[in-house]
Design a protein around this ligand. Structure first.
Ligand code: PRP
Ligand code: URA
Length: 208
């Protein structure tokens, strides 16, 4: 499944501020929320609709509404949390799962420390959320886990990616659509995305 880059001017403008090292924590968090909402708006373009009827104050109207497709958002902790609220504003009845994992700084391999997924995730359309797709280790581990639970239709929403991460996910999970706001040049020797935006978790929570 090829990746998709959402090249909307509002997303690209907000991303330019997100990347800036001078952007304060509070603005950084708000921008993650806004960008995620805009990305989800585009990524959910294909949600099925059904025809219904409502009575307006004037007359009956034939309307189209969401067909009640069940959705699940899965945030990869910590940084993925910053993407949840903006998307929940769009789809408030989505269930939310959490997968805790951090990258070992030497091996760059993901270390899992928490998992709580909706019990009926196998019946839901799943959106996995993490602002950063670097080596792809965390995303692949998250997707492995979600697939183990039986989920079949899974998409990965990341604000930034390196080509290495996109390739790793495409190799391990070729049917998963990857939705990005930008695809950067490369990884540096510490596994950071270049030019990237630094450590997303630290910038969201003001740690370090
Ligand atoms: C960051 C990011 C991803 C991961 C990406 O999390 O949010 O989860 O790195 O790197 P990868 O593609 O090489 O796996 P980090 O491990 O820094 O944890 P944190 O969100 O708790 O800070
Ligand atoms: N995780 C981050 O938060 N930033 C990167 O550039 C790479 C991994």
């Amino acid at each position: 499944m090829p990746h998709v880059i959402i090249d909307h001017p509002l997303i690209q403008h907000k991303l330019s501020i997100l990347r800036d090292r001078e952007t304060p924590v509070r603005d950084f968090r708000a921008l993650c929320t806004e960008i995620s909402m805009l990305m989800a708006f585009e990524a959910m373009r294909d949600l099925p609709l059904e025809v219904a009827q409502v009575d307006t104050p004037v007359a009956p109207a034939r309307v189209r509404r969401l067909a009640g497709k069940k959705l699940a958002l899965v945030a990869i902790l910590r940084a993925g949390l910053a993407m949840v609220d903006g998307i929940l504003d769009l789809v408030p009845s989505a269930r939310v799962g959490h997968l805790g994992m951090y990258r070992d700084p030497k091996s760059l391999s993901p270390v899992g420390y928490y998992a709580k997924l909706p019990s009926d995730i196998a019946e839901r359309d799943v959106f996995v959320l993490d602002p950063m797709l670097a080596t792809g280790g965390s995303a692949v581990a998250a997707l492995d886990r979600i697939k183990e639970e039986g989920a079949e239709r899974v998409r990965l929403l990341c604000i930034l990616a390196a080509p290495e991460g996109v390739r790793a996910v495409e190799r391990a999970h070729p049917e998963v659509e990857i939705v990005l706001a930008a695809l950067d040049e490369r990884l540096d020797e510490h596994g950071y995305i270049v030019p990237g935006l630094g450590d997303a978790g630290d910038r969201i929570y003001g740690t370090r």
